[in-house]
Design a protein around this ligand. Structure first.
Ligand code: FAD
Length: 335
């Protein structure tokens, strides 16, 4: 491969991202770097009080890890993170003359920081991609548009490209660990001033998907509000969060903030109860490979059963009321 078509891959890890998302991105970036013989740098950002990220996934031997700490990074706003990322890219001297593909973890913070960096560095912003290819001097990004209703293919030759990447397939559980070439960088450049934050009380009584240890999730098979009412009661009993597939958001049964999948949220609970969900790749792409899936579906051949650790074949109309009764009677039993 000629140097002119060589592209450096730089992964920027944010302190606001959860470990499963970071590992999934690192696995995908490592595979791309090995396939295309591209240099790979990982820039892990954190404030002075945050714990550092251990380079756990199986990284290629040629990877370089930059542990970047800034004592002034207290407020984790996307403006501060973008500023720190820009300072880190300059300080780590990641050959700005070589074309770069800069990758951030998927999710709202990653998307915003990628866009801010593209704007600052006059590069191409490819948005939240499900797949990225390097074809000579070009980078090709595949991503969903209009909430997953159309697929976009974006091709750019720009030297600086910025994207988030959520891999299409569930990454393998990673084998630990090749320690990459590791450097520490302490930065002290000015960061944007902290702004006042006003908290707005949530109207939704259930916990949000972010950080939830248990998620009760429904699909098109729930057929409406009655089914989702039962799921909500079960989630409340178990102190879990409520989620759903894309069609349930389209139907207005749950808010878009609770959509799980490729064009929705990435979640990594310990347990994911999937009811009336068929288990398409686009839905499973939003669930960590570390999560234990329990499925309820009336179709024994539904693909969700091939990834579920336990399940029940049957109609939710029979299974869920019995489950709720059981939870209520257990709660009522004297301790
Ligand atoms: C680019 C792109 C992005 C996408 N992004 C997402 C995304 O982020 N999230 C997402 O979810 N989808 C996404 N999709 C859509 C995805 O392809 C599927 O259409 C969707 O995941 C299917 O949702 P579902 O499982 O709820 O519905 P279905 O596939 O229709 O499955 C319904 C299931 O319910 C079962 N069922 C029916 N009645 C009952 C009953 N009474 N009791 C028990 N089981 C019952 C059926 O057997 C069936 O398995 C995306 C698609 C594209 C092209």
């Amino acid at each position: 491969m000629s140097m002119s078509s060589m592209r450096r891959i730089v992964v920027v890890l944010l302190p606001t991202q959860d470990a499963a998302e970071q590992h999934s991105l690192l696995n995908a970036a490592a595979a791309m770097s090995s396939d295309h013989h591209c240099p790979l740098d990982i820039v892990a950002l954190r404030g002075g009080t945050q714990v550092d990220v251990t380079p756990a996934p199986d990284l290629p031997a040629h990877a370089t890890w930059w542990d970047v700490v800034h004592d002034g990074l207290v407020q984790l706003s996307t403006d501060s993170l973008a500023e720190l990322a820009a300072q880190a890219l300059a300080a780590a001297q990641l050959a700005p003359t070589m074309p770069r593909l800069v990758l951030l973890p998927p999710g709202p913070d990653g998307i915003e920081v990628a866009a801010l960096l593209a704007w600052r560095m006059d590069g191409a912003a490819l948005g939240q991609c499900m797949k990225l290819e390097i074809d000579g001097a070009a980078v090709i990004g595949h991503r969903a548009g209009h909430g997953g209703r159309i697929m976009l293919t974006l091709r750019t030759q720009q030297a600086q490209c910025f994207a988030t990447l959520r891999a299409e397939t569930r990454p393998e559980r990673s084998a630990l660990c090749i320690a990459p070439d590791r450097h520490a960088l302490a930065l002290s450049g000015t960061l944007p001033e902290a702004c006042d934050v006003t908290s707005i009380e949530q109207t939704d009584a259930l916990p949000s998907l972010e950080g939830a240890k248990l998620i009760v999730s429904g699909g098109r098979g729930m057929q409406g509000d009655e089914g989702f009412g039962l799921l909500r009661d079960i989630a409340q009993r178990l102190n879990g969060a409520l989620g759903g597939s894309l069609p349930t958001v389209d139907a207005g049964w749950i808010p878009v903030a609770r959509q799980i999948g490729q064009s929705g949220k990435f979640v990594s609970p310990r347990i994911y109860l999937a009811v009336g969900i068929s288990g398409t790749l686009q839905h499973l792409a939003g669930i960590s490979s570390e999560t234990t899936i329990i499925a309820v579906n009336k179709d024994p051949d539904a693909p969700i059963f091939s990834v579920a650790e336990a399940g029940a074949v049957g109609d939710w109309r029979e299974i869920l009321p019995a489950l709720l009764d059981r939870l209520e009677s257990t709660a009522a039993e004297p301790a």
